[in-house]
Design a protein around this ligand. Structure first.
Ligand code: C5P
Length: 313
């Protein structure tokens, strides 16, 4: 049995450029891997049976089309047909359609685990190609780096040094997913004229070494560095009030991850983000009624703290 903890990411910046002939957009984004993680195990399916996936944890989309199964099919189709069936178990802790790329991380981990279970050696170039075929966020996770400047459609991943000494992240999760494709379509309709943002300056600062405390101090500069904010808050207008309530209650800037709807704030440490989460949970403004809080660090899934999802038993 092979096991992994596919982690979520947040985007510290997300600058969207031109729409390309293939329909995707040129991106420039600083990705930060965080401690909130799913759990994936992969082993052989019973003799004679095809690939299988069982799901547990948070509510998820149907098994069909799940990136774990698609990763196994892709390897079978492109690397070696006729491989025996695999059984995968996925315990979801990262909500879907949240802007945290949980599904993409599961897909990257499934490529690794299925290749290991089948004893396939994948070159880095092959792994990168397969990752991009699964989705634009998958190459970041397949690269196995904690922090990166991500460009192109998502395939151009330049590793940046990890945040020194780690950091705390407080996530405000929504029970209602947002479709990335819909957000990008709305972005195009809005003909948003975006000025160049702080991506290069942040990448340069990380490049020479940034502590968690210094990163938290950057948050004010990063607050408006997500070009998808206008489209996301048009499609999910509750985000406007939600962000302002979070900022009033915590006294710090809140950012949106990816195409939303997850909002997050940066702290010096897990202890600080957890204290802020518990304070918010005990004195919750009414507009934050539908939000689930999760405090995490940058690398340790064991210590992520989150509220119960409304539909969980
Ligand atoms: O690659 P992935 O399937 O994750 O992308 C989901 C959707 O997000 C795409 O269908 C596209 O609408 C949008 N997208 C984009 N430009 C990117 C990445 C994603 O327009 N670089």
């Amino acid at each position: 049995m092979f096991e992994a903890r596919p982690a979520a990411k947040v985007n510290l910046t997300l600058e969207v450029g031109a729409r390309r002939p293939d329909g995707y957009h040129e991106l420039r984004s600083v990705f930060l891997r965080i401690g909130l993680a799913d759990r994936l195990t992969v082993g052989p399916a019973p003799a004679g049976e095809g690939d299988q996936l069982t799901l547990s944890g948070l509510p998820v989309a149907p098994v069909e089309g799940n990136l774990v199964l698609r990763a196994m099919e892709l390897l079978r189709r492109t690397v070696e047909p006729g491989l025996p069936g695999l059984h995968a178990d996925l315990d979801k802790q990262i909500p879907i359609g949240a802007g945290l790329a949980g599904g993409s991380s599961d897909g990257a981990a499934a490529l690794e685990l299925a290749a290991a279970a089948w004893g396939l050696g994948l070159s880095p170039a092959r792994r990168a190609d397969l990752a991009l075929a699964l989705g634009s966020d998958v190459p970041f996770f397949a690269a196995g780096v904690p922090t990166a400047l991500v460009e192109g459609r998502g395939e151009d991943v330049s590793q940046l040094p990890a945040v020194e000494g780690g950091a705390g992240v407080l996530l405000a999760l929504s029970a209602d997913p947002l479709s990335t494709a819909r957000i990008f379509a709305r972005y195009d309709e809005m003909a948003f004229q975006s000025a160049p943002g702080p991506t290069d300056a942040l990448a340069a600062a990380l490049g020479v070494g940034l502590s968690g405390e210094a990163l938290a101090d950057w948050a004010g500069n990063l607050r408006d560095a997500n070009h998808l904010w206008a489209a996301a808050s048009w499609l999910a207008p509750e985000l406007l009030e939600r962000r302002s309530a979070l900022e009033t209650a915590t006294g710090r800037a809140w950012l949106m991850s990816g195409s939303g709807p997850t909002l997050f704030a940066l702290y010096r440490s897990l202890a600080e983000s957890r204290a802020a989460a518990q304070h918010l949970a005990s004195d919750r403004p009414p507009v934050l009624r539908d939000v689930m809080l999760c405090a995490t660090n940058l690398d340790d899934p064991q210590h992520a703290w989150r509220e119960q999802w409304p539909t969980e038993p």
